[in-house]
Design a protein around this ligand. Sequence first.
Ligand code: APR
Ligand code: PHB
Length: 395
Amino acid sequence: MRTGVGVIGAGPAGLLLARSLYLAGIGCVVLENRSRGHVECRRRAGMLEQGTVDALRACGAAGRLDAEGMEHRGIELRFERAAHRVDFPSLTDGRTVMIYAQTEIVKDLVGLQLADGPPLLFGAAALSIEGALSDRPVVRFRHAGRDQTLECDYVVGCDGFHGIARAAVPAAVRRTYERDYPYSWLGILADVPPSSEELVYARGASGFALQSMRSPSVSRLYLQVPNGTLAPDWPDERIWDELDARLAVDSTDWRLKRGPVTDKSVTPMRCRVTEPMRYGRLLLAGDAAHIVPPTGAKGLNLAVADVHLLARAFAALYHTGSTEPLDAYSELALRRVWQAARFSDDLTTMLHMRPGASPFHDRMQLARLHRIADSREAAAEFAANYTGLPLCSTG
Ligand code: APR
Ligand code: PHB
């Protein structure tokens, strides 16, 4: 096979890139090693920055998002059993966020691509990438029981942090920056309406809790748990009791609604950033280049921001011959990645109880939270980062 851009991975990054390239008239092929069913059912976050919503709308992939997504104009921070709302539009240039599950975005993009888009091969496992420094890189892959090759002008690794693309950047060139956090998240899905209309981030006396949602009738909630926790360690009642305790506020009659737990899983908290995001004619996008702690829901939004840059760069290259945007991709993408990593790290360390932390550390956390609650300038900086820095810039 031969194409313009070979895309490895049909997660949000690979699918949105393929859609953008197709609309720009640039040939591409997407290789995805899992099945369609697996890809469409992977539970991930569900908070979309304004820029992500705009990008999905621009490529005609936001029909269901606009019909079923829930626009949110703020969030609530809770600490010391008090609630503090952060309003987004009044603190930014009118920006809001959208709650819409990543699984639904993937379903929407897969449906579009299969109906009218470039080749999307499920069950196609990329095995190696050769000739990244040549002008004809080749992806070797296995599909339908046969070893095959895909000749490309460029290859984009959208295959996640443990994919082959990142590993194809030689160790002598590749630099990975990492942080592992001393706690994890226990996440549940429950068939019960959310107990608040907006998301609630709480620094409870015994740890972090987050109340999010997937729809008006499905809640998504998270608890900070020790590393090494196994989901069965936490029976449903224990989860609800701990969520209740951490989300509690004194000033209102707010109560956490309980219901049947339909999914339970534990996620480690880690940050990984790989530089550079380009090696010759191999580019990295999304989780293939970076993973940030889920606290700020930046993973999907960063993948979209990378793709937004890449799609513009390939359009410039194929339509005008200019290589300048592509040459600037890695540096520009990383500038925004590091801003999102910083914000995610700030939000994580501000809200989670670090095991063995000193009373002084706890007071520093509370001082940072009080600053956001009491200062318009600090709240505006929080809102600007939470709703997403503008795409293609880090201003
Ligand atoms: N060959 C083909 N496909 C592969 C290979 C391979 N060798 N290795 C991995 N893949 C596929 C995976 O099956 C997956 O579908 O690459 C895809 C990577 O998708 P994601 O992990 O969703 O990464 P990305 O598209 O960058 O989206 C980032 O997804 O994981 C979440 O939290 C993350 O929200 C963020 C978003
Ligand atoms: C989610 O709904 O999964 C979610 C929302 C906001 C976050 C993290 C996770 O900050």
